[in-house]
Ligand binder design. Structure first.
Ligand code: SF4
Length: 142
């Protein structure tokens, strides 16, 4: 349509007025212009969709490569750690676990030492009915 100079028409209507066959030329030209604009719009939308699709494919490919690189690095770290190279993070974690175990053992020892005093029953003895019965029997027998 561009090479036939359709868009040079300003739709003045003179050609329809003077046409001896009474052909509605202006209406035809308007229809052709509308069709041409619709095609241009569809082509533009298709171009935008193609660009979006290409960008999406590139983004997915980049994310896949990043994921693979991350997995490869993690695997290398694990392999280097298994071969004897212990990282400082592992050492800190082990030290924290060891300290927690020592604290728990000290607390347990303190509770055990407190339960062996003759005047106060241990928390387990105080809760059990047999321990309470012993305590009541001792008190009533005395
Ligand atoms: S309407 Fe007809 S006469 Fe008028 S500009 Fe268009 S083609 Fe030319």
């Amino acid at each position: 349509m561009q090479d036939q100079h359709l868009f040079d028409c300003i739709e003045c209507g003179c050609c329809s007025y003077v046409c001896p066959a009474h052909i509605p030329l202006v209406q035809y030209f308007r229809y052709a212009k509308a069709e041409s604009w619709a095609k241009e719009r569809e082509k533009h939308q298709a171009d935008q969709a193609r660009l979006r699709h290409e960008a999406k494919v590139a983004r997915l490919q980049r994310q896949e490569e990043e994921r693979k690189a991350k997995l490869r690095k993690r695997k290398e770290d694990l392999e280097s750690g298994a071969s004897g190279g212990i990282t400082s993070a592992d050492e800190a974690k082990k030290a924290a676990i060891e300290a927690a175990i020592q604290r728990a053992a000290a607390k347990k020892a303190a509770l055990g030492a407190g339960a062996q005093t003759p005047d106060q029953p241990s928390p387990a003895q105080a809760r059990s009915p047999e321990g309470a019965g012993d305590q009541v029997g001792r008190e009533s027998g005395a």
